[in-house]
Design a binder for this molecule. Structure first.
Ligand code: APR
Length: 313
């Protein structure tokens, strides 16, 4: 069986992190693509030169030519601008939409069979645009945000309780922005419902920090946004697909009636991810407070998507 090919469009901070993680995991060969001349080639060569100490048999290459997407099994897109202090993800809409349009057309032409994972912000609008531009079936165009948001919340819970983050499960739904929804009833520690270990008040504090967690890192870094945990989260999704793991994870998925959301809007929901891409959307029961918050989040996504629709009309 031939090796899988994983292409990373955008070889910046997240792209570079993903290339290293992919080399460590040996999920397939890696092609890094960027508009910056020499940069993807340099990063690929840098990791290549560490293969004997990683150790790994993965081969990495860099390119500035979209034609090198040919034969990709998975394409992960981080092409676009990251946030600077004081910016919201939505402030990136105009410039990143133009980039997603260009990249989407290239993927459609050169990698028509690939699974596409979009990471570029504002995430829900960008993955929506990617599906429209490529025309790929919705199960093959997904957005990475919920894995990251849920991991952030799980880690905050673990730190608060003084337990291993490995043992904590958390669920964050909705759009990847300030309106994201953390679900108290869905969190657990090694199978123990979180409600037996932590008050709702404390959980709400951690949920509020989760909704602002990206901004917390932007404020510290000053020159860009988070990249290690976003990179790890995107690879977690790629791995579920490549190994047909049937992983239950939160992804920005196209909704057609699920959660009462119509019109093919993309929003963060739990899904089953395997060789068929998004194989199933899981509908979680939400209480009244969570339902209201989810609807507010969906409305925020709708605003961004209608901007995209106007631009594409
Ligand atoms: N094709 C390929 N690469 C491109 C294109 C394009 N049309 N336009 C821009 N890029 C590249 C840039 O040259 C840059 O190297 O995308 C890369 C983005 O990398 P960074 O600026 O380091 O940003 P990063 O932190 O990786 O975040 C990328 O993911 O989480 C989101 O908000 C974040 O939108 C941002 C994206």
């Amino acid at each position: 069986m031939a090796r899988k090919k994983i292409s990373l469009v955008g070889a910046g901070q997240i792209g570079g992190t993903m290339a290293l993680v992919l080399a460590q995991k040996q999920l397939g060969d890696v092609m890094m693509l960027d508009i910056a001349e020499g940069m993807p080639q340099g990063k690929a060569l840098d990791i290549q030169e560490g293969r004997s100490v990683i150790p790994t048999a993965t081969n990495l290459s860099g390119s500035n030519d979209y034609a090198d997407l040919a034969g990709s099994d998975v394409v992960i897109v981080t092409a676009g601008l990251p946030r600077k202090p004081g910016m919201s993800r939505d402030d990136l809409l105009d410039v990143n939409f133009g980039i997603i349009e260009k990249v989407g057309l290239a993927i459609k032409e050169h990698a028509p069979e690939a699974l596409v994972i979009v990471v570029t912000n504002p995430l829900d609008a960008m993955v929506y645009a990617m599906q429209k531009v490529t025309g790929f079936p919705a199960n093959r165009v997904v957005g990475m945000a919920g894995v990251l948001d849920s991991s952030r919340l799980a880690c905050f819970i673990a730190d608060e309780l003084g337990v291993s983050a490995e043992d904590v499960r958390a669920l964050v739904l909705g759009g990847h922005g300030d309106t994201m929804v953390s679900v108290y009833g869905a969190a657990s520690v090694a199978g123990i419902p979180l409600s037996q270990l932590m008050s709702k008040e404390k959980f709400d504090e951690l949920a509020a920090r989760t909704a602002k967690a990206g901004g917390e890192i932007v404020a510290l870094l000053k020159t860009g946004s988070a990249f290690y945990s976003p990179g790890l989260s995107a690879i977690h999704m790629a791995e579920a697909y490549l190994l047909d793991k049937k992983s239950v994870l939160t992804a920005a998925a196209q909704l057609n009636g699920e959660y009462g959301v119509e019109g093919g809007l993309y929003c963060g929901v739990p899904v089953v991810m395997g060789a068929g891409g998004i194989e199933k959307v899981i509908e979680v029961e939400l209480n009244e407070e969570e339902r209201k918050a989810f609807d507010v989040s969906v409305d925020a996504v709708k605003d961004l998507v209608s901007w995209v629709e106007n631009k594409m009309a």
